[in-house]
Design a protein around this ligand. Structure first.
Ligand code: GLA
Length: 351
């Protein structure tokens, strides 16, 4: 049995894929076996697609239309096409992993340089979105089925509203999300789904702010097709967070938009049997929520994507500054208890 087969009737099963995975035969085998959707972990982010050397060599020429390069994306596009795996585009407009020069007057590569003005930034935004979508849709039509158009535009403390520290906010201002989705809709091929993606969406303030500031205005203009819930969870906090997570599924689901769980992992520092059983238990609860929401029609979940295929490659070890064992497969691809549990949830649901 494979993950994608087990969940076929409910939603796509996805994973992020790193550049190292793309070089590993074993990783590619597992990818083809278990997943029907994939997301490039980094290589389709602006820091990879903007051509710094060419742009900065002639900032006047490229002022409104930065030079682009797509070689880092091509291996993902080709692999996805060859193996019939749907590719999630991640991500067009984000404050992170976008070089600072992109936001600066004359492309000065320096944090202290003045920002480019709003008109310039809107032109650069449109050019960026248009170039990326045109490239993938011309060279690899039908391969990318959904895009995270904007990632993380709401403040960590959601009661503060917009993430005002973001260079996008600093330069474009409050309508940055609306503008980005207008451009994305203008250039996206018919049928390509446009998503807003954010983390800690179980936070009640954040949920409310996302609905008010982002989803409602975008829905009014029919610009958004789905909401991405990143789903980076922490095992020790799941008792509390899953209650709110279910509520968010309901609230987001009630909009009628598609819901993707876009970056699922559960930080867990305990590799003992007890730790791994606890992890499996939380995965059971989470997948039960997904299946229940899907079956009862409370949330139209169409894809669940893990952020990494196996423990030792997870970003969490670096981020949390302790070794993490957050995923379904161990360092040597061993099937963890959590893996069996996730399969079991699907089997039980289909009985
Ligand atoms: C965010 C981004 C992802 C990734 C993770 C951490 O959630 O959306 O692209 O960078 O952080 O790895």
């Amino acid at each position: 049995m494979s993950l994608k087969k087990a969940y076929e009737q409910y939603f796509k099963m996805g994973t992020s894929v790193s550049v190292f995975d793309m070089k590993s035969e074993r990783a590619k085998e597992e990818l083809v076996k278990h997943y029907s959707s994939m997301t490039a972990e980094n290589e389709m982010k602006p820091m990879f697609l903007l051509d710094k050397e060419t742009t900065l060599a002639n900032p006047e020429k490229y002022n409104l239309q930065p030079a682009m390069k797509f070689d880092s994306a091509v291996k993902y596009l080709e692999f996805a096409r060859e193996n019939g795996i749907a590719l999630r585009g991640h991500t067009l407009v984000w404050h992170n992993q976008t070089p600072i020069w992109f936001f600066k007057k004359g492309y000065q590569d320096n944090w202290d340089a003045p920002w480019a003005d709003r008109e310039t930034m809107l032109a650069r935004m449109e050019w960026y979105i248009k170039s990326v979508l045109n490239f993938v849709q011309t060279e690899y039509p039908g391969v990318i089925y959904a895009w995270d158009v904007v990632n993380e535009a709401i403040e960590e403390k959601a009661e503060e509203g917009w993430r005002k520290r973001s260079p996008w906010y600093q330069t474009v201002g409050e309508d940055l999300v609306l503008q980005a989705f207008r451009f994305a809709r203008k250039y996206a091929a018919p049928g390509v789904k446009l998503f807003y993606n954010d983390y800690n969406t179980f936070n009640p303030f954040k949920r409310k702010t996302i609905l008010e500031y982002i989803v409602k205005p975008l829905m009014e203009e029919k610009l958004i097709d789905g909401i991405g819930m990143q789903t980076h969870l922490i095992l020790k906090e799941c008792d509390r967070d899953l209650v709110q997570y279910e509520e968010t599924l309901k609230c987001f689901g009630a909009t009628g938009l598609e819901i993707h769980s876009t970056e699922l992992d559960i930080h867990n520092a305990d590799p003992s049997e007890e730790g791994l059983n606890k992890l499996a238990d939380v995965y059971r609860k989470l997948f039960s929520l997904y299946v229940k929401a899907k079956k009862e029609g409370t949330a139209n979940i169409t894809c669940v994507t893990f952020w990494g295929m196996k423990d030792d490659v997870s970003w969490l070890t670096g981020f949390r500054k302790e070794r993490s064992y957050p995923l379904l497969f161990g360092d040597n691809w061993e099937e963890k208890e959590a893996y069996h549990t996730v399969l079991q949830v699907a089997e039980e649901a289909s009985r």
